[in-house]
Each structure stands twice: as C-alpha cells, then as structure tokens.
Design a protein around this ligand. Structure first.
Ligand SMILES: CC(C)(COP(=O)(O)OP(=O)(O)OC[C@H]1O[C@@H](n2cnc3c(N)ncnc32)[C@H](O)[C@@H]1OP(=O)(O)O)[C@@H](O)C(=O)NCCC(=O)NCCS
Length: 138
C-alpha cells in the first residue's frame, strides 16, 4: 500500500469497521512507518492489511476485506503475504488484538495457528468491549 492507495483503502475501512479509524489516523499510520499491503481485483482494492514492524515482532493493526468479497480467501492472501515478508526479515512473532465478539476474525486467526493469549478488559473505547490478544510465533 502506498500513499496513492490510502483513500480507496479507507473506503473499505468505513464499510467493514463498526468503529472506523479516522482518515487522519490512517494517514499518520504511514508517516510513522507502519507497513500496508493491498489486494486488488479488476484494478480495485478489495482488501488491505496494516502492520507495525518492530523487530523481532510485528503488530497487526488492521485487516479488512470488502464485505462482498469476504470468505473468498482474500484475507488469507493478505496474511500469507505479510507472514512471508516478516519471515524474510527474520521476525519472530506476530500479535494483534481483536474484539471478543468478532468470531469471524478469531476463526480466521486460529486457522493460521494464532493462539489466544490474554484478555484486555474494556479495550475498545466505543463500547468498552474486551480485546482478545492473539499471537503467532513464526
Ligand atoms: C477477518 C477477515 C479479514 C478475514 O478475511 P476473509 O477474506 O473473509 O477470510 P478468508 O476467506 O481468507 O477465510 C479464512 C478463514 O477465516 C474464517 N472465516 C472467514 N469467513 C468466515 C465467516 N463468515 N464465519 C466464520 N469464519 C470465517 C474461516 O476459518 C476461514 O477458513 P475456511 O475458508 O477454511 O473456513 C474479513 O472477514 C474481514 O475483513 N472482516 C471484517 C473486518 C475485521 O473484522 N477485521 C479483523 C479485525 S481484528
């Protein structure tokens, strides 16, 4: 994902995230050195992944696939691509937080072998929902 892709990717953020990032957060995420991957179909962005690389760990900050394109393997392509890049850079661990109610995403991460490590109480400001902390050694 480059700067030119941000506006299009942000539309997906608005579409799938019940409590989306502000556009300014999206933009500043790049300015502080986070990395983004996109998946394209018919010249349109259909999914993206943003992660923060802090060797030896990488933190997944956001992964989203257009609603109509979900459950078709797009998220898998994005995560596989990230894992490949992180392994090539000799990273040792991937971690993330996910809403405890987001069973679709939790299933997704478990399929990749992520383990459920801890609960962070009242982590999400919008509804005080708890976060599940998950990680994967690579
Ligand atoms: C989570 C998300 C990125 C997964 O991407 P995807 O392209 O839909 O996932 P894939 O098609 O690659 O599916 C891989 C696995 O995820 C799980 N999964 C996908 N869709 C699912 C659904 N509707 N219900 C339950 N599990 C599901 C399954 O384990 C699936 O493996 P399978 O196909 O062998 O059953 C995507 O659904 C999404 O954008 N969700 C909304 C945003 C979000 O919640 N992001 C995560 C925040 S932490």
């Amino acid at each position: 994902m480059g700067l030119k892709d941000l506006e299009e990717a942000y539309k997906i953020e608005l579409e799938v995230n019940p409590s989306p990032w502000k556009y300014e957060t999206f933009l500043s995420s790049f300015e502080v050195g986070h990395k983004g991957l996109i998946c394209m179909h018919d010249s349109k962005i259909i999914g993206f992944l943003i992660f923060s690389p802090v060797n030896p760990e990488a933190h997944i900050l956001s992964i989203s696939v257009r609603t109509q394109m979900q459950s078709k393997g797009i998220g898998t392509l994005l995560l596989q691509s990230m894992l490949k890049q992180c392994k090539a850079m000799n990273y040792k661990k991937i971690f993330l937080e996910v809403r405890v109610s987001n069973t679709q995403a939790i299933n997704f991460y478990e399929k990749f072998g992520f383990s459920k490590d801890a609960i962070r109480d009242n982590y999400y400001k919008d509804n005080s929902e708890d976060a599940l902390l998950m990680s994967l050694p690579i």
